[in-house]
Design a protein around this ligand. Structure first.
Ligand code: C2E
Ligand code: CA
Ligand code: CA
Length: 874
């Protein structure tokens, strides 16, 4: 189309007259109408009607020209007024409507753009004034032509002015986002107006040709605009801005000069300008300028108001938030602080202004905070998050999480913004968890893990200092009988009393630990102990323990057997502990209540630990191992849900050994692999046998403990698969219990192996949860289904009221991670009730049943089938 248009326009310029001139002129208009219609009809979206109007305008104008030409050809004269005129006038109307509609959505969205209307009016007034001065005045007052002709002719300049105003409005509304189509419309209308204006002022014959070219080009450009719009993405539809455009004020102010300019010109030409027209125009322009100015001021005022409102809003938010905000300058001095600082650290906002930030916050470790601030200050826009400990003015210590943002370069802030949030509760729960991980909950003494760690540290130190470390291993004589005669509570009282006395005997630097049951240990660092001093300490302990313990008014005599072992840089924590343990057993064997110092001879003579290690090979083949099964119950209903298999060793001389006595040796010697395989097969076979002997449709599950060493071998997956195949137990009924330590040792290998196990369909449980290295973050990484809350946590439930926060935290955590929970070691009704209330689903413990040999389980299941009573035995 563009090419055809160029050809037609060129022809028109070369041969403007005669048949060729008429043909090219009408041809161009016809082409423009045709193309315009085709493109407009295909347009989509809200603007479709605007473009159709535009096409209508082009073709009305073409029709008018054709009509005019036909009249000229048939009559041979150019008529003043004819039927062509209504068509032309209609074409202006259609084009005007089209341009007006080109800014859709504007009106609906935010009301009409009054400023754009005013600006268009200004343009219209100036144009009208010019047109009036140039042509209209003479035309209207020329009494030699008919009224109809005068009215018709003056209609065109007026319509031109309206069209001009509409184009100006279009340009203003699209001033931020001009698309090709809008530009083409602007160019087309401009060409049209130029030709119209030329027609009014130019009288020379030669110039008239260029007017025809102007109208041709106008029609072609408008048609092209419609085509262009079709190819623009709809999203580029003008995004209109609301901004009061200050620069546009000039657009209203400068036209005020127009009347003056016209007056000046008339003066120079020695002609009279029409005072009424000039006066009216001036008044109108001034009025519009006033309105425009007023609106601009109001918009500015409103913007200020909005800023004020949002500032008040944010101030109110800050004042009522539980967080505090402090702004520091480059030297870390407080320049601003929000009111709730008083709540967080007890400091009043007004007193901290100008003070150094770390001091204002009463930091426990000001230097560290200062170094954090220094590093934030060094990067513009830098952000850092840390937790800091502060001293509240009420004497309390609090933990605050801080977020520091360097906004020194932001002129609105010009400071380091520090957001403070109280996280004391979370920190305490975390600390408690960490404490639980390393301490015995009954006595508060170090546990096995912490004690081993301390021995290792001390041994490392002895390598540097050349000194020695001594481990004192202590077992309370006859404790079992206290427990059996007087009950668990009495037993616990005795253990707590022993712990207190041990603590009182040593210096605070020495570590006292409870290793389990009635076994205690002490680490005496050699760098402040003379040779023989360990023995003196042990004697002092025997002495303080010889005082009877008061248990509810009843005096109970106790004594202890103590083993001592000394090591140096060449020893390991495990060997040192074992030697002390061997010595302690020797003390017991020698008649209790005495001290035995380990010597190499003793090791060679093979204490029971050495026996155990030596006797392990072939233990499966000899049939000395047996599994006991502890019932797992649904806490809400008492329904039996399944069992946990726990291994025992019926030692021909040492009697029934608990797993704690021999599993470590199994792990150390690698015997755990064949033994673990036997446990898996036996437990799965029992599980398959009992699966349907429960109370209801969900079949009974079977849990088996996997040692970390087993998990570190590739074989474990095959072993589990084989046990399932041989027994026919559904994989979904087998639960494998793994401790956190088993996971953290080699998390990558553990992950792949656990995935493989999970793919077999078995479920995985974290055993003794909370006592390991609190690998909360690891949890998400492993395909875990069940969390077993360790007995030490359940032990802390003592009263009938609220559960200790740490337990609720663990239950919450499990729920968040969508894990099942089993509480271990439930010994009392209070514990059972509390856990049930907090929606802990499953539990096991002596309250319901101790681990039972298989025949007892058979009997239990048979009884339940008859009575369907919840399992409960002492
Ligand atoms: P665990 O997996 O945490 O097993 C629970 C232990 O708590 C069992 O001790 C059980 O008898 C005891 N227990 C259950 N309810 C109560 C209660 O209400 N109060 C008290 N005070 N204790 C309760 P057990 O059988 O001596 O096992 C000790 C640990 O030896 C087990 O702890 C487990 O880590 C390990 N173990 C047991 N059997 C196996 C096994 O077949 N393979 C492996 N690798 N380890 C095993
Ligand atoms: Ca377990
Ligand atoms: Ca456990």
């Amino acid at each position: 189309m563009a090419a055809a248009g160029v050809v037609l326009v060129t022809l028109q310029v070369l041969a403007p007259d005669g048949a060729v001139g008429d043909a090219t002129y009408l041809g161009a208009l016809g082409l423009a109408s045709l193309v315009g219609w085709v493109a407009a009809v295909r347009c989509r979206g809200q603007e479709r009607r605007a473009w159709i109007m535009m096409a209508l305008g082009i073709s009305l104008s073409a029709a008018a020209d054709l009509t005019y030409s036909v009249i000229y050809w048939t009559r041979g004269v150019e008529p003043d007024v004819s039927v062509a005129d209504p068509l032309w006038i209609a074409s202006y109307a259609a084009l005007g409507l089209g341009v007006f509609r080109l800014t859709p959505g504007r009106e609906n969205a935010r009301g009409p753009d009054v400023d754009a209307i005013i600006d268009s009016l200004v343009a219209a007034i100036v144009a009208l004034l010019v047109v009036w001065e140039v042509a209209l005045e003479d035309m209207v007052t020329d009494s030699s032509t008919s009224i109809l002709a005068r009215a018709t002719w003056s209609a065109y300049p007026v319509l031109d002015v309206v069209l001009l105003a509409l184009v100006v409005r279009l340009a203003l509304l699209h001033h931020r986002n001009r698309s090709a189509s809008v530009l083409l419309v602007g160019a087309g209308i401009a060409s049209w107006l130029a030709a119209d204006l030329g027609y009014l002022v130019v009288t020379a014959e030669g110039a008239l040709v260029w007017l025809d070219v102007g109208w041709m080009v106008a029609s072609l450009l408008l048609a092209l605009a419609i085509v262009a719009r079709r190819h623009e993405p709809l999203s580029s539809a003008p995004a209109l801005t609301d901004q009061p455009v200050r620069e546009r004020m000039w657009f209203v102010m400068i036209p005020l000069l127009a009347p003056v300019a016209i007056d000046l010109r008339s003066h120079m030409d020695h002609t009279e300008s029409e005072p009424l027209a000039l006066g009216t125009a001036t008044v109108a322009l001034v009025a519009l300028a006033c309105i425009r100015g007023h609106r601009l001021l109001r918009a500015a005022e409103r913007a200020r108001e909005a800023v004020h409102v949002s500032e008040t809003h944010y101030r109110a938010l800050a004042a009522h938030s539980s967080d505090a905000v402090v702004v520091l300058d480059r030297d870390h001095r407080v320049v601003e602080a929000s009111g709730n600082l008083a709540r967080l650290v007890g400091q009043d906002t007004s007193t901290v202004l100008g003070e150094s930030g770390p001091e204002a916050l009463a930091c426990v470790d000001c230097d560290t905070l200062r170094s954090y601030l220094d590093s934030v200050r060094s990067t513009p826009g830098g952000v850092a998050e840390h937790e800091i400990e502060v001293r509240h003015t009420d004497g309390d210590r609090r933990w605050l999480s801080t977020r520091m943002v360097n906004l020194l370069d932001d002129p609105a802030v010009a400071g380091i913004v520090v957001n403070l949030h109280d996280v004391t509760d979370r920190r305490r729960a975390q600390d408690e968890l960490a404490h639980q991980a390393f301490h015995d909950s009954l006595t508060g003494l170090a546990n096995h893990a912490l004690f081993t760690d301390r021995i290792e540290q001390t041994l490392r130190r002895t390598a540097r200092t050349g000194t020695t470390a001594t481990v004192l291993y202590l077992d309370v004589d006859g404790f079992k009988s206290v427990n059996d005669r007087l009950g668990h509570d009495a037993g616990d009282t005795v253990l707590r009393e022993v712990a207190d006395r041990l603590r009182a005997t040593v210096r605070s630097a020495d570590t006292v630990a409870r290793l389990g049951g009635d076994e205690f240990a002490m680490l005496i660092e050699a760098d402040h102990v003379e040779a023989g001093e360990a023995r003196t300490t042990a004697e002092r302990i025997l002495q303080v323990l010889s005082i009877p313990v008061d248990v509810g008014g009843q005096l109970i005599a106790i004594s202890a057997s103590i083993g001592l072992a000394t090591g140096d840089a060449g020893s390991s924590a495990a060997s040192l502990l074992r030697h002390a343990d061997i010595a302690m057993y020797r003390a017991k064997a020698d008649g209790k209540a005495r001290i035995v110092v380990f010597d190499e001879q003793m090791g060679a003579e093979a204490g029971h630990l050495v026996r155990i290690e030596a006797d392990l090979p072939g233990v499966v083949e000899r049939g000395e191992l047996e599994l006991h099964y502890q019932p797992v119950l649904e806490l809400a209903t008492g329904r039996l849900a399944g069992f946990e298999a726990l291994v025992r060793w019926q030692h021909p001389e040492l009697g029934l050994l608990s797993p704690d006595r021999f599993i470590p040796a199994c792990e150390a010697t690698g015997q755990i692999v064949p033994i673990g395989r036997w446990i898996l097969e036996t437990a799965c076979a029992s599980g398959a046998r009992w699966r349907d002997a429960g109370d209801g449709p969900p079949p009974l599950t079977m849990a088996v403990n996997l040692s970390a060493v087993q998990l570190s071998t590739d074989q474990v997956v095959d072993d589990v698969r084989q046990a399932l195949d041989r027994s026919g137990l559904d994989p979904g009924l087998l639960v494998l219990e793994i401790t956190e330590t088993g996971l953290v040792a080699d998390p990558v290998a553990a992950t792949t192996r656990l995935r493989a196990l999970h793919e077999l369909g078995v479920r995985l449980a974290i055993d003794d949860f909370g006592t390991g290295y609190s690998s909360l973050s690891y949890l998400r990484q492993f395909p875990i289904d069940i969390l077993k809350i360790d007995r030490s946590f359940v032990d802390t439930i003592t009263a009938d009221d609220e559960l200790p926060p740490i337990i609720r935290g663990l239950l919450d955590l499990a729920r968040t991670l969508d894990l099942d929970i089993i509480a271990e070691g439930i010994e009392s009704d209070v514990q059972h009730e509390g856990l049930r209330r907090e929606a802990c689903a499953m539990g096991q413990g002596f309250l319901f049943s101790r681990p039972l040999p298989a025949p007892d389980v058979d009997r239990l299941l048979a009884n339940r089938a008859q009575t369907s009573e919840p399992a409960r035995s002492s």
